[in-house]
Design a protein. Sequence first.
Length: 148
Amino acid sequence: MPSEASSSSSSQPLLSSPQHDDEPTDSPPSFISHASSNNESHSHLSRWSKIHNVCRGRVKGFLSSRAQHYTVLGLVSFDLLGIFADIIINLYQCDEGDTDPKWNDVREGLGIAGLVFSCLFLVELIASIWAFGWRFVFLFHPCYGISG
């Protein structure tokens, strides 16, 4: 089984153990546990910390799954199809001059669909940063052309 764990961590580096101190642990931060002397509030914080870690682990698992990768691939494909359809409709309207106003409604619908796709990509980015931490952004540092 050690070979499976090492191959899994090498093929999915974001699922490996955290290497930075900014990753949350199973226990609440020390300033919270020292601030409250009541055992009930400590157990309440511990329960929320456990729930947070379980949810974060599930989101990590989903964001690293093939299903999520194919979902993003599908969304990108549909977004590109919408952009190409908008360009083709716009070219048709320019060539014909006086066209049916329904094409304006179609282009407006394609614009709304593009906005929805952009919002879904933003939600995925925020979920990735929450689940994997800021190292998710810096792991792909060369791909974005960020220098520094």
